[in-house]
Design a protein around this ligand. Structure first.
Ligand code: SAM
Length: 315
């Protein structure tokens, strides 16, 4: 491993802590441990709280475990995707928990790591997997998908209007037997495909990189199941806090919370509810909580952060 100093500033930290209201001895699952910023605050502020910290990135786990070592047995780290949250709890002898937090997406540590391929700021293999022990790399994905599939994912996950043109260029290059192996190659290809306006400060490949990262890690695919499983795991009155950074992610959280709060999603022409709506949670954030001006100024990454919280109802 290279000499790389991991850093990440936790977003909406006071807001998350404010919602938790934990009693002494509470058990919490941090489903996206990252560098452990939220977990550290929980362990510091709530007496005898214990945290099970999950992350699919082994480097993040190693860095967080080092940071949280002083809490001894009050903290355990688990290498897993949060889609397996129920199994993680069972494996640790836990049947219900007081709170679950998820701070989605990538950490600054991952974006700033020159070897991981998340950013075109560094020339690196085009990998982008948070879990480097499994799954397809971005290079493999771009080799295997059809042109239309590449265009669709760049359009929907990256909100890139010129997605068809970018996909065409990627496939033309592939047909010449030159797969895209490195971040710099993809950044240059996108720049040549769509051009660069001198007025635009954002690099033209930014949206394509974001889209590929979301696809490689199937970031949206596991989210609604994770929320439903988390609600199953919570004790009555337990809280689920989810922070998102992407509009599609936020929409999934919002709609899943609404469904779990008993809202019926049947089409209006159906006379009787058939979607099986059951009220299992109370939504505590009618609108998502966003960062204060001061936090946005200090940490520009917090500008797109949205926190939604729900409380499990007693049966
Ligand atoms: C924004 S960071 C979390 C930062 C953390 N809250 C802190 O304060 O340091 C998100 C982390 O979640 C992890 N992650 C994202 N999706 C995941 C998933 N489906 N399963 C497990 N970990 C995931 C990423 O590897 C990353 O380390």
């Amino acid at each position: 491993m290279s000499e790389f100093k991991p850093e990440h500033t936790s977003v909406l930290l006071d807001e998350v802590i404010g919602f938790l209201e934990l009693e002494s001895g509470s058990v919490v699952i941090d489903a996206t441990l990252g560098l452990g910023g939220h977990t550290e605050a929980i362990l510091e502020r709530f007496d005898n709280a214990r945290v099970i910290g999950i992350d699919q990135d082994e480097r993040a786990l190693a860095a967080a475990s080092e940071r949280l070592r002083r809490f001894g047995k009050r903290f355990v780290d688990v290498h897993s995707n949060f889609s397996a949250i129920t199994k993680v709890a069972v494996d640790h002898g836990v049947t219900s928990v007081d709170a679950i937090i998820a701070d989605l997406g990538v950490s600054s540590m991952q974006l700033d790591d020159p070897e991981r391929g998340f950013s075109f700021r560094f020339d690196a293999p085009l990998d982008m997997r948070m879990d480097t022990t499994s799954g397809r790399t971005a290079t493999e994905l771009l080799e295997e998908l059809k042109e239309e599939e590449i265009a669709n994912l760049i359009y929907s996950y990256g909100e890139e209007r010129k997605s068809r043109r970018i996909a065409r260029w990627i496939v033309e290059r592939r047909e010449k037997g030159q797969p895209i192996q490195a971040t710099a190659e993809l950044a240059q290809l996108v720049e040549r495909a769509v051009g660069r306006s001198p007025k635009n400060k954002i690099h033209p490949a930014t949206r394509t990189f974001q889209a590929l990262r979301i696809a490689v890690n199937d970031e949206l695919g596991v989210l609604d199941r994770f929320i439903a499983d988390s609600v199953d795991l919570l004790k009555p009155n337990g809280k689920l806090c989810v922070i998102t950074f992407h509009s599609l992610e936020d929409r999934i959280v919002k709609q899943t919370f609404q469904r779990l709060s008993g809202r019926c999603f049947c089409p209006p022409r159906i006379p009787r509810c058939v979607c099986g709506a059951v009220k299992r949670v109370e939504i505590l954030t009618r609108k998502p909580v966003i960062a204060t001006e001061a936090e946005m100024k200090a940490n520009p990454r917090s500008r797109s952060a949205k926190l939604r919280v729900c409380r499990k109802l007693a049966n």
